[in-house]
Design a binder for this molecule. Structure first.
Ligand code: PLP
Length: 362
């Protein structure tokens, strides 16, 4: 099999040792004679899996006891509705618009007729190439929450400092940098993330929510009610059992890498290599403000669409897969999540240098 490096933004690369462990247990999980996929979600074997997954995540992110961890479905996209539905009915919710995903979060919240949505800062006028400044005066002390996207997966920007929101809970879509950048969970009211970028396979959404934010409003659906989901320990209905099992294996792997701090160090090293290569290059460049660069999603361009296309095609030939930028921004994008190996970054840089020589760089 040829070596393939998968730069996909999601679903994304998983750690090889995790895939191997899953393979070894696939047909017969802990002598049950069954696959994890075949276990009842009410069985003691599965209960240990989901409890271990939660315990590991708590350790990795140092989640305080007054926060609940939920394993839900519907992707980060369903959280765009669940957040305002649970937290902001008959109230105002404030949003910072830093990219395509923030925009979707805003547009979903606006569909709820009893939620007032206010966008307090935006970088849309410059194609989301930077993170706008947010000052304390912009925060309405009566707002139900302030919503941010910590890492903008498509545009390749990230918050380096969190906005100060005082007593107003900060709600964060962390889909593309959970367990990569290091955060203090206590700085947030709610953290949510689709699993398929940095945690495991698609189908699972992780929500970390402060207890006092549960049960604030009537929610017209048990599935969409954080309080009910918390009370039933994420087992209100059949959860995505196999995805939760895979997440547990990934959490074990991250623990071996030195938890969130260890991952952050490795990710910084990988990202620095690529950003330095972009700075040195006379052909490739980064389109975003250097002060707001993402650790995990790194877009780059040649400035010439035909050349971008050629680069992507030749890179794919070489086993450097999924480097095409998002259709909304074009160019290239390398997603260097936790499981992405540093050897793949070196392979990309070597290829970029060879391509530059052949195609008019100097
Ligand atoms: C991928 C992504 C989403 C969408 O996630 P789904 O799980 O597909 O709904 C939302 N926000 C961010 C920041 C993302 O990267």
């Amino acid at each position: 099999m040829k070596t393939v490096y998968n730069f996909s933004a999601g679903p994304a690369v998983l750690p090889k040792p995790v895939l191997e462990k899953a393979k070894s247990e696939l047909l017969n999980y802990q002598n049950s004679g069954m696959s994890v996929m075949e276990l009842s979600h009410r069985s003691s074997l599965f209960e240990s899996i989901i409890q271990d997954a939660e315990q590991l995540l708590r350790e990795l992110m140092q989640i305080p006891n007054n926060y609940r961890v939920l394993f839900l479905q519907g992707g980060a996209s369903l959280q765009f509705t669940m957040i305002p539905l649970n937290l902001a009915q008959n109230k105002k919710a404030q949003y910072i618009n830093t990219g395509t995903w923030s925009k979707k979060a805003i547009s979903e919240a606006k569909k709820l007729s009893n939620v007032t949505v206010e966008v307090i800062a935006s970088s849309e006028e410059k194609n989301f190439t930077y993170i706008p400044e947010v000052t304390e005066e912009m925060i309405d002390p009566d707002a139900a929450y302030v919503h941010i996207t910590t890492n903008n997966t498509i545009e390749g920007t990230a918050f380096t400092t969190l906005p100060k929101t005082g007593k107003v809970p900060l709600v964060a879509d962390m889909s593309s940098n959970i367990l990569a950048n290091e955060y203090n969970v206590e700085d947030f009211g709610v953290i949510y993330a689709g699993a398929q970028k940095n945690i495991g396979p698609a189908g699972l959404t992780v929500v970390i929510i402060r207890e006092d934010l549960l049960g604030l409003s009537e929610v017209p659906s048990a599935m969409l009610d954080y309080k009910i989901q918390a009370e039933s320990h994420s087992l209100y209905n059949t959860p995505p059992t196999f995805s939760i099992y895979m997440a547990k294996l990934v959490f074990e792997w991250i623990k071996e890498q030195g938890a969130a701090a260890g991952m952050f160090k490795q990710d910084q090293e990988k990202a620095a290599l690529l950003y330095q290569a972009l700075e040195r290059s006379s052909l490739f460049s980064s389109p975003v403000n250097p002060a707001n660069r993402s650790l995990t999603n790194i877009p780059f361009i040649t400035g010439n669409e035909t050349l971008d296309k050629k680069f992507i095609a030749e890179a794919t030939e070489m086993g450097l897969e999924n480097l095409k930028g998002h259709r909304l921004v074009g160019g290239m994008r390398a997603s260097l999540y936790n499981a992405f190996p540093i050897a793949g970054v070196h392979a990309l840089i070597d290829f970029m240098q060879a391509f530059e020589k052949e195609n008019g760089g100097n």
